[in-house]
Write a protein that binds this ligand. Sequence first.
Ligand code: AMP
Length: 200
Amino acid sequence: MRLILLGPPGAGKGTQAQRLVEAHGIIQLSTGDMLRAAVRAGTSVGHKVKDIMASGALCPDELVVAAVSDRIDQPDARNGFILDGFPRTVPQAEALDGMLAEKSLTLDAVIELRVDEAILLQRIETRIADMKARGEVVRADDNPEALKTRLAAYRAQTAPLIDYYAQRQVLRTVDGMAPIPDVTRAIDAVLGGRKAAVGG
Ligand code: AMP
């Protein structure tokens, strides 16, 4: 099964992706996690994206597309994957279409987690406070200024993907404001009890 989770920062994409991983035996492919790992490791990609990420802006398409293309060629992606945070622009979505076609793969669904933007900031602030309380390291872009940039980037560059995938009839929208287990159930319902395809 190959899925995309679409939604603004704080919509719960990461949380739901983890639940889908457990339920369907597929991998979560978070471009944000991949890029943060590159920054931590000090790779050339990491150097290029460090400041962009801290500002809350989006990293260059070609760089992210190349990373995803490599990643989905790995053996552990064979049973399927959940793209969390990718694609984030129309050119990325077009590049994904191209790479999937080239690999003879198809998308099962694009799940939009629809949330009330007015409460997103509050939700993220709660998440940051919880992380601090647990003594965890807070992300460089989890601050009010970068958050505004992240939300603006979502509105301007990522929200157009809702139409992009609606036109291709793969978009499924669930209410991301519901309690976490209800969102999980709603996602299961739109997936129609689908199980991971074995072998390819
Ligand atoms: P995330 O963890 O998904 O919130 O991503 C954190 C940051 O990584 C974003 O604000 C961007 O700077 C960068 N990033 C992650 N995914 C992408 C992507 N698909 N395209 C461009 N930049 C990305």
